[in-house]
Design a protein around this ligand. Structure first.
Ligand SMILES: NC(=O)c1ccc[n+]([C@@H]2O[C@H](COP(=O)([O-])OP(=O)(O)OC[C@H]3O[C@@H](n4cnc5c(N)ncnc54)[C@H](O)[C@@H]3O)[C@@H](O)[C@H]2O)c1
Length: 263
């Protein structure tokens, strides 16, 4: 474990926690930030639908949550398919007294390539998951929340704020996520819906471990805290944003980057 990494806190479920009784949907919940976020929301009392293209992984996370005394079930979802998204969101909205929290964490890296060598099909694939996927999700989540109010938290990235070699499609998609977040926050504030994004730096998840060796070395060398983030450090922030403790936040993006973007 890198220096100064905080110990992960216990995952004991608190049915009296600050998210008690709230229905939550975590898309991309089978792995990484989504999986840890789902566990954290459940530990704070939310009833969580864990949805992912990887149905087996989503089932495993839901099972872990229930084994800890939390409330969860899993669903298969493909964020590139609007019908699949509509089905899962409407199911989540019918459970646990409505949909109050949505976390849109599904994402892919795509192949790393200089822009001029990036095949249009690869650009398309990344945009379909990382940008259209968030659009399809919000298009269903917003109307599902208009009666009760709620919070939508989209996963963006520091790649939306700074240039990284090889990440043209990924960065373009994440900038788009910031735009969707800001726009929806203005449009739906009157319905009691807050819309936010989180821009992590390098987080220790399967997405990062799948990168070629050394791919994040330059970036990490410029992180003042001198280490990657643990998924739990992003999940803790997601739980805060989802809670009434963040009641005056909407439309904003929040970097969780160990100081990388500090100027
Ligand atoms: N890990 C990082 O360093 C980092 C940094 C900045 C932003 N992010 C963003 O955070 C989010 C989560 O990343 P992670 O590191 O936890 O990645 P991860 O690879 O661990 O998890 C991503 C999940 O998305 C799912 N997914 C992929 N395509 C899907 C689809 N079409 N439909 C439904 N689910 C699909 C995968 O099955 C996987 O479970 C992503 O949006 C990512 O871009 C990650």
């Amino acid at each position: 474990m890198p220096p100064h990494t905080p110990q992960l806190s216990g995952n004991g479920t608190r049915p009296d926690g600050r998210l008690r009784g709230r229905g939550a949907l975590v898309i991309g919940g089978a792995s990484g930030i989504g999986a840890t976020g789902a566990r954290r929301l459940a530990a704070e009392g939310a009833a969580v639908v864990v949805a992912d293209l990887d149905e087996t992984g989503a089932a495993r996370v839901a099972k872990e949550i229930t084994a800890e005394g939390g409330t969860a079930l899993h669903r298969r979802i493909d964020v590139t398919d609007p019908d699949s998204v509509a089905r899962v969101v409407s199911e989540a909205a019918a459970l646990h007294g409505g949909l109050r929290i949505a976390v849109n964490s599904a994402g892919v890296n795509g192949p790393l390539s200089p822009l001029a060598e990036l095949p249009p099909a690869d650009f398309d694939t990344v945009l379909r998951v990382n940008l259209y996927g968030v659009f399809h999700a919000m298009r269903c989540q917003l109307p599902a929340m208009t009666a009760t109010g709620g919070v939508i938290i989209n996963l963006a990235s520091i790649a939306a704020h700074a240039g990284f070699r090889g990440h043209a499609a990924y960065a373009a998609a994440k900038q788009g996520v910031l735009a969707l977040t800001r726009t929806a926050a203005r449009e739906y504030a009157d319905h009691g819906i807050r819309v936010l994004s989180v821009s992590p730096g390098v987080v220790d998840t399967p997405m990062v471990s799948a990168l070629p060796p050394g791919a994040t070395d330059d970036l990490l060398a410029a992180v003042p805290l001198r280490r990657t983030a643990q998924p739990s450090e992003v999940a803790a922030f997601i739980a805060f944003l989802a809670s009434d403790d963040a009641s005056y936040l909407t439309g904003s993006d929040h970097v969780v980057d160990g100081g990388y973007l500090a100027k």
